[in-house]
Design a protein around this ligand. Structure first.
Ligand SMILES: [Zn+2]
Length: 485
């Protein structure tokens, strides 16, 4: 591909996208490659110039990843650890210090530490492979472009390299898709209502409808989302219609019959959630129904928060707006397997007592973390108790946050910025359009709040932009991420 004489636009984009990576292309029998196959067969609209690279499950070059042992041998940090652990001439004290922190298993170096009552074996990632891990744990379909904290937590649970938080933060901060699609600040809302926290899984469930979205080829226009309030486990399905029957069917088949009947159901006042048909259905299963009042939408903050993650994820993954329903279950997986802000644990681990295996782990052959508790019941009840306490703490923190005003942003001439996307492209759904446009450069400051901006090649933009509609754009410094030995 890189040597084709007259490549078309699509191939050029591919070549550009692949340039930062060290990779080998290998032929793999279709039978052995069904994972990527299912994605490559998604009906992508060929004419959409925006649609770019199809999304791969585990990251660009993961299926051709170099052998971890050999890569570690070529890596100075892993090599240093290996030497200390294996060298007989090194002092006992020094060896003791390092062997408490690192271990060699099957000839692969791991960092070991205890977290959440678990012995974590984090595979030491050689410098040459850091960008692969970052891609597969942030950009890939099963990763869902989560924020710095979540990405860090997902990675640190499985992998290690020196100064990893720094590199993850700079990678996520400079992710173009994230910058274009995520809302940077939340305006303070009304007063927050602190609700009682469930102490059992699937005791309290929040339900919400998202949409209407652009109609997909499968006629879907809505997403229905159910969130367990303790574990934050999410179940979501695309829906063509949102009648009360559709809602009831989803709840029965995808939630109640899978996870048990909840005691309490929290919804907003949407007519398809609180109709007579719904009420009868809830009653039939002995479920107490709570309407979260319009004045205090935060009382159901969990589903609302999730809707934002889902919306951001969908925007990041698809400019091809008529196939968004193909991505939902991947995003739900990304969400359920990444650490939640409120519980400090992944919904998956709170439900099953272990972390999910990610595609990239399988490819690298990483060994599993080991629970320090004697049995799974003890592990789970302790994990859930911790989660409940953490939710309580986060409620208090969130309440505080709502009182805090936004800090004032200011920009200087020469700064790179993104501008709020106020244009509405015909035929494109507002919810799935990029939230920001750019990057642009600040050309002149007309006042503290008003800025004249130009495109990167210096072409002036006619509009004067108010500071409220700007946010800083952060460039990715490729050096340090794709540094090779
Ligand atoms: Zn991103």
């Amino acid at each position: 591909m890189l040597t084709i004489k007259d490549p078309n636009a699509r191939l050029v984009r591919w070549a550009l996208k692949l340039q930062p990576f060290d990779f080998i292309i290998k032929y793999k029998n279709g039978k052995l490659h069904s994972d990527a196959d299912c994605i490559s067969r998604h009906p992508l609209e060929p004419e959409d110039e925006d649609c770019g690279i199809p999304v791969w499950i585990s990251g660009v070059s993961m299926s051709d990843i170099p052998d971890i042992r050999n890569s570690q041998l070529k890596d100075s940090f892993s090599q240093k650890i290996r030497n200390i652990l294996l060298d007989e001439s090194i002092s006992k004290r020094k060896k003791k210090y390092w062997s408490k922190r690192f271990e060699i298993i099957n000839d692969v170096v791991y960092k070991t530490f205890i977290k959440n009552r678990e012995m974590i074996y984090a595979m030491v990632i050689p410098k040459s492979m850091i960008s692969n891990i970052l891609f597969s744990c942030h950009d890939a379909l099963t990763a869902g472009h989560m924020g710095t904290e979540r990405t860090y937590k997902t990675i640190s649970q499985r992998f290690y390299w020196p100064k990893m938080f720094e590199s993850i933060r700079s990678y996520v901060k400079t992710c173009e898709k994230c910058q274009m699609n995520k809302v940077s600040n939340c305006k303070p809302g009304g007063k927050m209502v602190l609700t009682n926290i469930a102490d059992k899984i699937f005791q309290k469930i929040g339900v919400d409808l998202v949409g209407p979205l652009p109609k997909t080829e499968r006629n879907n226009k809505h997403i229905i989302v159910a969130t367990d309030q303790l574990t934050k486990w999410v179940v979501a399905e695309p829906l063509a219609n949102t009648t009360s029957e559709d809602v009831n069917n989803f709840l029965l088949n995808k939630v109640f019959l899978m996870f048990g009947i909840p005691k309490e159901l929290i919804t907003d006042r949407g007519t398809n959630l609180v109709s007579e048909t719904n009420m009868k259905f809830y009653e039939q299963y002995g479920i107490k129904h709570c309407k979260c009042t319009l004045a205090h939408p935060q009382s159901d903050g969990k589903t609302e928060r999730y809707n934002r993650v889902l919306g951001e994820g969908l925007r990041s993954f698809t400019k091809n707006q008529h196939n968004w329903d193909l991505y939902i279950h991947y995003l739900v997986f990304a969400y359920n397997t990444s650490e939640n802000d409120a519980t400090n644990k992944s919904p998956y681990s709170l439900l099953f007592g272990i972390e999910a295996r990610l595609p990239v782990e399988n490819l690298l052959g990483r060994i599993k973390n080991v629970s320090l508790e004697e049995n799974i019941e003890v592990t789970l009840s302790n994990l859930r108790m911790d989660a409940r306490n953490a939710i309580q703490g986060s409620h208090v923190r969130n309440k505080k946050y709502y009182d805090v005003k936004r800090s004032d942003l200011s920009f200087e001439v020469g700064d790179l910025v993104l501008t709020k996307n106020l244009q509405r492209r015909k035929g494109k759904n507002v919810k799935l359009q990029s939230k920001y446009l750019g990057p642009f450069r600040v050309f002149r400051k007309l006042s503290e709040n008003n800025h004249q901006i130009v495109s990167l090649d210096g072409k002036p933009k006619s509009d004067i932009v108010h500071v409220e509609k700007l946010k800083p754009y952060i460039e990715r410094q490729v050096v340090g991420l794709s540094e090779r030995q």
